[in-house]
Ligand binder design. Structure first.
Ligand code: TYD
Ligand code: MG
Length: 460
């Protein structure tokens, strides 16, 4: 047999973990379809060390009070916005996964970060599986990336060879661009398959934990916005970052979705330039579309992403539908939330949209997940429907409940202060967020119900 040397492979279910010696359409354990993927059969000894190497040697019961945790030392990359999402910098032995659409700037950002570290004398290693060494060098030259001359590059896609070089060179930071192009000899599946991605990530994570190398995986994102390959990657790594942003705008956001070493939901903001990505230190007004007059269907909200408030314009278009099932479309906002808001509008304010197409967009390619966007979405819809603009110096925030109540948002004061700083003069906010002391320059209207929000719009 050609593969006589190949390690024994088995097929395991991604849902329940049951195994089978050959591939089956249906899992024999849980009965799910198409969940079996190839993986390496482990002997008991190898298996135990494999998965939980970070915990190896701690088989002793301890009281939490007796443990003296030392704060993990951080290695700042020198790119402030990147360090911010990482929670202060890279952690030795930490594993970071960074995902995003093709062409959004993942390779460029990591090239810049590693070059900085290399310039500072750190042994770093950039593993490029997607582009040839010449292509990477050409890009570094074209973007005039500072320090790129000192960065060590390995153009390789074979896992075993990469691990060999890692053991030999012992870099402090290694970037794998991308995890989907790497393959292991131990498996017969194609690179990029669930089995390969999982196995390669597991092996490289083990190297990181053993050697103290910080490992950064670059990953591709599917059309649905999830990382191609198994979700299990997200559980394996310490930090998950996603690149966001409209491909047509020059701004890029990097968001921390999970961070064992810092705050999740922290946001780094970059501008794309002909010299690579440049941090934007003061991004709060980036996502406003700057109308010079008031327009119907537009409402500015203050969202609190991580530690910084951001002002984002929400736009809605409500238009008579020619279809028996009118369209409900959101960009940057949750679609299920829109359906709920339309139902609340109908039941509690008597406003019907069932014969209307409704489109809602968060300007600039930001993705807003917090429910505090509800009030802005609702007001922009009604404003478009009745063709009446809101004051363009107005900001709103607040969550809308199913019974038509307006619920408070966390850190209301900070949001109001940021809006006042940027010259907004009016605020429509939940009653429980009303400041005890007036904030200079901004007139606050505090409300409790959806009906009051609609009246506010109609009365102006
Ligand atoms: P790239 O980093 O290769 O994207 P990804 O790795 O996420 O697929 O960036 C795509 C292209 O955009 C690349 O040719 C370089 C160019 N680019 C700039 O010119 N300036 C920038 O600031 C960035 C981020 C990219
Ligand atoms: Mg790339």
């Amino acid at each position: 047999m050609a593969n006589a040397k190949r390690a024994k492979t088995i097929y395991s279910c991604t849902e329940c973990g049951a195994t089978a010696p050959k591939w089956l359409g249906q899992c024999p354990g849980c009965g799910q379809w198409e969940t079996l993927v190839e993986s390496v059969a482990e002997t008991a000894a190898a298996g135990a060390g494999n998965r939980f190497s970070a915990l190896a040697g701690t088989a002793k019961l301890q009281k939490l009070g007796e443990i003296n945790p030392t704060e993990e030392p951080r290695q700042p990359t020198g790119i402030d916005e990147f360090d911010r999402v990482l929670g202060g910098g890279l952690v030795s032995g930490g594993v970071v996964l960074i995902g995003g659409d093709p062409g959004i700037g993942k390779s460029t950002l990591l090239l810049q970060a590693l070059s900085r570290l290399a310039e500072a004398g750190q042994p770093v290693m950039y593993v490029s599986g997607e582009e040839s060494a010449e292509q990477v060098a050409l890009r570094a030259r074209r973007l005039q990336i500072q320090g790129a001359g000192d960065m060590a590059l390995l153009a390789e896609i074979n896992l075993e060879k990469i691990v060999g070089v890692l053991h030999r060179e012992k870099p402090t930071v290694a970037v794998i661009d991308s995890i989907q192009t790497i393959y292991s000899d131990a498996l017969s599946s194609a690179p990029g398959s669930v089995a390969q991605v999982r196995e390669c990530a597991a092996q490289l994570t083990r190297v990181a934990k053993q050697s103290g190398t910080t490992m950064i995986f670059i990953g591709h994102v599917t059309k649905e916005g999830t990382l191609a390959g198994p979700r299990v990657l997200e559980h394996m790594v310490d930090t998950v970052l996603y690149f966001e942003g409209d491909t047509h705008s020059s701004f890029r956001l990097v968001r921390a979705f999970k961070n064992r070493f810092g705050a999740a939901n922290e946001l780094g903001v970059f501008a794309m330039t002909d010299k690579g990505l440049r941090g934007v230190a003061n991004p709060s007004a980036l996502f406003l579309s700057q109308h010079d007059r008031q327009v119907a269907g537009s409402c500015v909200m203050v969202t609190q992403e991580g530690t910084r408030p951001l002002l984002v314009e929400i736009q809605a278009l409500v238009d008579g539908s020619h279809s028996p099932s009118p369209r409900r479309l959101t960009v940057g906002l949750e679609a299920s939330r829109l359906a709920m808001l339309l139902a609340v509008l109908h039941r509690h304010a008597g406003i019907v949209c069932f014969d209307q197409d409704v489109f809602v967009n968060a300007v600039g390619g930001v993705r807003i997940q917090e429910p505090a966007a509800d009030l802005a979405v609702l007001l922009s819809i009604v404003s478009s429907l009745i063709n009446k603009p809101l004051n363009h110096k107005l900001i709103v925030f607040g969550e809308v409940g199913l019974t038509g109540e307006i619920r408070p948002a966390p850190r209301g004061q900070e949001r109001l202060r940021e809006a006042a700083k940027l010259g907004f003069t009016h605020a429509l906010i939940p009653k429980n967020n009303a400041p005890r002391q007036a904030i200079p320059g901004i007139e606050v209207t505090a409300i409790e119900r959806v009906e009051q929000a609609i009246d506010y719009l109609r009365d102006r």
